[in-house]
Design a protein around this ligand. Structure first.
Ligand code: MN
Length: 493
């Protein structure tokens, strides 16, 4: 007897998995989701993914991601059906018999974008243009696209290495920054973390073998601190809506280390999140924790009274865990603040029963969307695909740049990085033996600031050694620490 599950077994399982996630809908909307689910299963039928799994696993996974964000019914239905017109014989016209024009518009928006590929600059630029136009018409298209991409990333192991790299790189260059701009940090972090290992494999491998960073150890610390936290809160008569631990994702550690900090300056490698019902409880919770934990007082931050520039609100409290000799952070916030922190703009699209507004029209004027309009505008200018892509990347990244090796491999660096940073990023042996750099085929100073899209070539000489000036010429933490290590060793010699 085969251990392989049949289509009907798998689809029943998937429905059971999805059902608890859509309980926020009323019965009519749940029925609509069930109809979409049934149509989706019939359309994809026994089609398989590269992994050998039934195709239907993919749309359901993407749908669960968006259902966790409590997205409206049209988005949920469209996500279930997002690959049907593209990959099956069922057409948009067929679907239009059962589903609203709004749903059809969303599926069409996603389908048009399904061919975006990070190869062939012409085609890629063309598809990106379309994507930003689609997003500007209805933001929900991009939510579906992000959830779709996240699940594809989580199944990348089944693809060829060159494809893995290309898709992961595109996710870091285009999709994660879009999520970031929209404030959807839950999707941004998840996408970045899935893509990280394929784009920066060496650094990723260092992280998973470094006991200070490796996630299992941090989760163990969290488990322990969490028990104490809950006990403390109960003893003070507090019953928060939610208390949970979060281990900082690998990729966000990578970004922090790269910009300015070293590991000892990152205080939120582990954090406890406490969601309470009102602002008063935020401050009361803070004072209770201050009494019971070893608190680093000068690090306490009140982002409720003074929100961050992006609107983020929470109270942050840094504490020290003696047993693991680790700092950790309490993040205290209300449910509204939490939803905004995790879902950003998408929080506005959350299903709110009968009072829900019509589609996306209510958002077109938000300040957040200005950049989308700018991206659409860039798409209307007469630019070569290369120029267009360079402009889009530039626009999407405030603090990171993408430069190229002579062999056209992309390297991302913090804004302000120099050819010397680039050299150390390639390899510390190349960095320490750098004598000259060429940027776009012209000789450049090692201290020059690189721009997005530059092609950088490093010339080395085996007699070359790092010197103290170099410390002023590098922006990245990793280059700095390599140079320092070298200088120390040099002193001893
Ligand atoms: Mn898909």
């Amino acid at each position: 007897m085969s251990t392989q599950l049949t289509l009907s077994q798998v689809s029943t399982q998937l429905w059971q998995e999805l059902l608890p996630h859509i309980q926020y809908f009323d019965q009519a909307n749940r029925d609509l989701v069930e109809l979409a689910f049934t149509q989706m299963v019939m359309a994809h039928n026994t089609d398989q993914r590269k992994s050998g799994e039934f195709y239907i696993i993919h749309p359901v996974a993407a749908t669960i991601t968006l259902a966790e964000m409590k997205m409206d019914a049209s988005t949920i239905v469209a996500t279930l059906l997002h690959d049907v017109p593209e990959d099956t014989t069922v057409t948009l016209k067929d679907l239009a018999k059962d589903f609203s024009p709004e749903v059809i518009f969303l599926i069409e928006g996603v389908t048009k974008l399904s061919k975006i590929r990070y190869e062939g600059e012409q085609l890629y630029a063309e598809n990106l243009r379309k994507m930003f136009v689609a997003i500007s018409k209805d933001l929900r298209v991009v939510f579906i696209k992000l959830a779709d991409r996240l699940h594809n990333l989580s199944t990348l192991t089944h693809l060829r290495p060159d494809k893995q790299y290309r898709i992961a790189l595109e996710s870091l260059e285009i999709y994660a920054p879009i999520a970031e701009r929209l404030g959807i940090s839950s999707l941004q972090n998840a996408i970045e973390d899935e893509a990280f290992q394929y784009v920066h494999r060496d650094i990723y491998n260092q992280f998973v073998t470094n006991s200070n960073i490796e996630i299992d150890r941090r989760n163990k610390i969290l488990d322990r601190v969490l028990i104490k936290t809950k006990l403390v809160l109960t003893n003070h008569g507090l019953a928060p809506q939610k208390v949970y631990g979060r281990a900082k994702k690998y990729y966000s550690i990578f970004k922090k280390l790269d910009n300015k900090s070293d590991l000892t300056q990152i205080y939120d490698l582990v954090a406890i999140r406490i969601i309470v019902s009102n602002i008063e409880d935020c401050y009361y919770t803070l004072s209770c924790l201050q009494q019971e934990f070893e608190i680093i007082n000068h690090r306490t931050k009140d982002y409720i009274a003074r929100p961050k520039a992006n609107g983020y609100q929470s109270l942050h409290l840094t504490a020290y865990d003696t047993e693991s000799q680790t700092y950790f952070e309490f993040q205290i916030r209300t449910e509204d603040m939490h939803e905004f922190a995790e879902y950003g703009v998408a929080a506005h699209f959350a299903y709110k029963g009968q009072q829900r507004g019509q589609g996306s029209s209510q958002f077109v004027n938000t300040e957040n969307l200005k950049w989308i309009k700018e991206l659409v505008d860039i798409g209307q200018q007469e630019l070569s695909p290369e120029e267009y892509l360079a402009k889009v990347r530039l626009d999407l990244f405030n603090d990171r740049i993408f430069v190229f090796t002579p062999k056209n491999h992309t390297i991302d660096l913090p804004t302000g990085s120099t050819p010397l940073d680039f050299a150390f990023r390639i390899h510390e042996d190349i960095g320490s033996r750098t004598i000259m750099a060429k940027v776009n085929n012209h000789i450049a100073r090692l201290s020059d600031t690189l721009k997005n899209g530059d092609t950088v070539e490093i010339l080395t000489d085996k007699r070359q050694r790092p010197n103290a000036h170099w410390l002023e010429w590098v922006k990245t933490k990793s280059a700095r620490s390599h140079i320092k290590t070298y200088l120390k060793r040099g002193d001893r010699d």
